[in-house]
Every structure is written in structure tokens, then in C-alpha cells.
Design a binder for this molecule. Structure first.
Ligand SMILES: [Zn+2]
Length: 276
């Protein structure tokens, strides 16, 4: 199946659902091929304190009932209440889990709890949700409606998880030049001071343009270089352009919170019976 041509990626923050969830999404993508992508913010959930309010991470000592309720709120907001959801425990690796058919869900849902940082979904009606608080959320969508949701912290970005996601999606014979990629809110270079050694490794891997000085890395630029090397077109990569540290009132930020905070989500799902 070759699929149709996706619209150029375009991200906008919209209120979604009954709980005032504010999610960054691509409406034209959904209208064209039935794939709903969303980067959630802190708004619209039931958690309190440092987790207020839409925390979707279940590994941060928040009340589990609130977390599960929050995930249900996210699904309702994006129009897929009750859909099965794959939620990995993230471990800063580059492995990618794969859901090829609905019957894969129970086994994959259990397997990703052992630790994985990306999920490819090839079947409609199954969502993938990953959790973030400064690391870079990446969603790549192919014209046939398959997608990968990936977690790129500095380790994953350096190890090439973005390019790996594109190459896996392209394995079915699709031209990566027609894929769309979406980069969600994450820590920007001005707030991301690291060691000169790590910065050097990024420059060696992706070119010196990914550094803003000897200690500051642009994760987005590194991921973009990786995506383009894997065959994507630069004009099909959209960046929400939001720094989580500078906007910790609206997004969870591990650095801004000193380590105790919730997680916002990157989620994607394809409508049953969509054209592609
Ligand atoms: Zn910042």
C-alpha cells in the first residue's frame, strides 16, 4: 500500500475534550489520514501538588488512580475513549516495540513494561503514549497511517533513535521523504547545560551546528539531522518550539522542578476505517 500524500506538518495548541485538555496537534493530518497526534500539557487532569494536573507517568510516586484517570482523560480528549494504549517504561535506549495487529496488544503492552523507548503502531484503534519532562517527544507518521512515538533524551538522541524510527517505518517500502515528523515540547539548548564531553559527542555525531556553545546542545537540531539522514525531508519536520524549563507552568520539567514532577504525554492513534 503506497498511501496518500500527507499534508505538510503543522502544529497548533487546541482545547480538546470535556476536561479542558490543551494539546498540540495537527488537525490536517487527522483529517487526511485519520492519525491523531497530541502533545499534552499540564492542564486538564486530576493530579495535585508537583503532579498537577495532567500527569500521565506512573513511575513518579503520584497516586496511581489519578494517573490512570489522567490517561483516560487524554484518550477522551483526542476522541479515542476506551482505546487500548501501549505505555512503555522508558529506559533511554533505542529499541522500538511493534504493534502490527490488534491481537498483539496484550503481549506488547506487557513487554514494553520491561523498558523500551519507542513504539511503532501499524494497526488502527491502538494508541501509543510515552511520558516526558524535558526529554524530546518525537512522533513520525507514514502516509499509510503507521506511526512511531519515540522518547529522545540526550542518550536516545545521541544513539540515533530518531533515524532508527524512520528506517523502521520505511522498511515496508515507503519513501521516508513522504513521512511527517513532529517534535514536542522539550528542554531547549539555552536551558540544557551538559558536559563538554557529551557536547563533543553530539558534535561528532551530528555536526557542530547542534551546539550553541561548548556545553549547550540543541536536541531538536540533533534529531532533525538524524531524521534527514534517514531520508526525511526537512520541510516535513515540525517543532512545537516550546522549552519545558522556560514554560514549567504549562509543561512538566524535571530540571525546573528539581526532580519531583509529573510527566506530560506524546500520544498517537489512528482512526478505524480511515482512508490510509
Ligand atoms: Zn528554556
Amino acid at each position: 500500500m503506497t498511501g496518500l500524500m500527507l499534508p505538510k506538518p503543522c502544529l497548533n495548541a487546541l482545547p480538546m475534550g470535556a476536561h479542558s485538555v490543551i494539546a498540540i496537534t495537527d488537525e490536517a493530518l487527522f483529517e487526511t489520514c485519520g492519525v491523531r497526534i497530541a502533545f499534552t500539557s499540564r492542564e486538564g487532569g486530576t493530579s495535585t501538588g508537583p503532579y498537577a494536573s495532567l500527569n500521565t507517568g506512573d513511575h513518579v510516586e503520584d497516586d496511581l488512580e489519578c494517573v490512570l484517570h489522567n490517561r483516560a482523560i487524554v484518550l477522551e480528549a483526542i476522541g479515542f475513549a476506551q482505546a487500548p494504549l501501549i505505555v512503555p517504561n522508558q529506559v533511554h535506549g533505542t529499541d522500538i516495540a511493534r504493534v502490527s495487529k490488534a491481537s498483539d496488544v496484550p503481549a506488547v503492552a506487557a513487554c514494553v513494561k520491561e523498558g523500551i523507548d519507542a513504539v511503532m503502531v501499524e494497526t488502527p484503534g491502538v494508541g501509543a503514549l510515552l511520558n516526558f519532562a524535558d526529554c524530546l517527544p518525537l512522533i513520525v507518521v507514514a502516509p499509510d497511517g503507521r506511526f512511531v512515538v519515540a522518547h529522545a533524551g540526550w542518550r536516545g538522541a545521541l544513539a540515533g533513535i530518531a533515524g532508527k524510527a524512520v528506517r523502521l517505518l520505511a522498511e515496508c517500502g515507503q519513501d521516508a521523504g513522504g513521512f511527517n515528523a513532529y517534535i514536542g515540547p522539550h528542554i531547549h539548548s539555552e536551558c540544557f547545560e551538559t558536559s563538554e564531553e557529551i557536547a563533543r559527542q553530539f558534535a561528532d555525531a551530528y555536526g557542530s551546528d547542534v551546539l550553541t556553545d561548548s556545553r549547550h546542545i540543541s536536541l531538536a537540531r540533533a534529531v532533525m539531522v538524524d531524521l534527514v539522514r534517514a531520508g526525511m525531508s526537512q520541510d516535513r519536520i515540525a517543532d512545537a518550539g516550546i522549552c519545558t524549563v522556560c514554560n514549567s507552568d504549562r509543561y512538566f520539567s524535571y530540571r525546573a522542578a528539581g526532580g519531583v514532577c509529573g510527566r506530560h504525554a506524546a500520544v498517537a492513534i489512528r482512526e478505524e476505517g480511515s482512508l490510509c
